[in-house]
Write a protein that binds this ligand. Structure first.
Ligand code: DQA
Length: 142
């Protein structure tokens, strides 16, 4: 199994970005954490981050064509990008929407996700540990 772990805008700045909200783990640490978890689980993982919406849409198309499961932290696009939602709707394997922070405890504009309605499940508020748990869950379903 190959899991695509896709991250949207500003997530490349993890570690320096609002550490009181997102923690001190850097993006490089997050990639390493996912790679190590995948190795432990005996699966393949492809971890990417982009600040460009069209690039994320293209990666989702690739995942749809390959039939691969996706863990998606779409960052701010979560809350308004119909283009990202429409790309997610084309996925054939499970899609886990992920947020490092508990978006429901934060500003009201973060309470609504345009992605949740086409996601298999949502992980929020568990910090970067959420990525580890998401990968374990996907393996359990396989
Ligand atoms: C986030 C939450 C979003 O509201 C925010 O725009 C992000 C990160 C999270 O991981 O908690 O960029 O998706």
């Amino acid at each position: 199994m190959k899991v695509r772990v896709l991250n949207g805008p500003n997530l490349g700045r993890l570690g320096t970005r609002e550490p009181s909200v997102y923690g001190s783990t850097t993006y490089a640490d997050l990639v390493e954490l996912c790679n190590q978890t995948a190795a432990d689980l005996g699966i393949e993982v492809d971890v990417r981050q982009t600040d460009h919406e069209g690039e994320l849409v293209g990666w989702l198309h690739e995942a749809a064509d390959a039939g691969d499961p996706v863990v998606l932290n779409a960052g701010a696009w979560t809350h308004y990008s119909i283009a990202v939602r429409d790309a997610c709707a084309q996925l054939r394997a499970p899609l886990l929407e992920l947020h490092i922070s508990n978006v429901h405890r934060r500003e009201e504009f973060r309470h609504h996700s345009v992605i949740s309605g086409v996601a298999t499940g949502v992980v929020a508020g568990l910090g970067v540990r959420g990525y580890v748990l998401a990968l374990h869950w996907l393996v359990e379903q396989d």
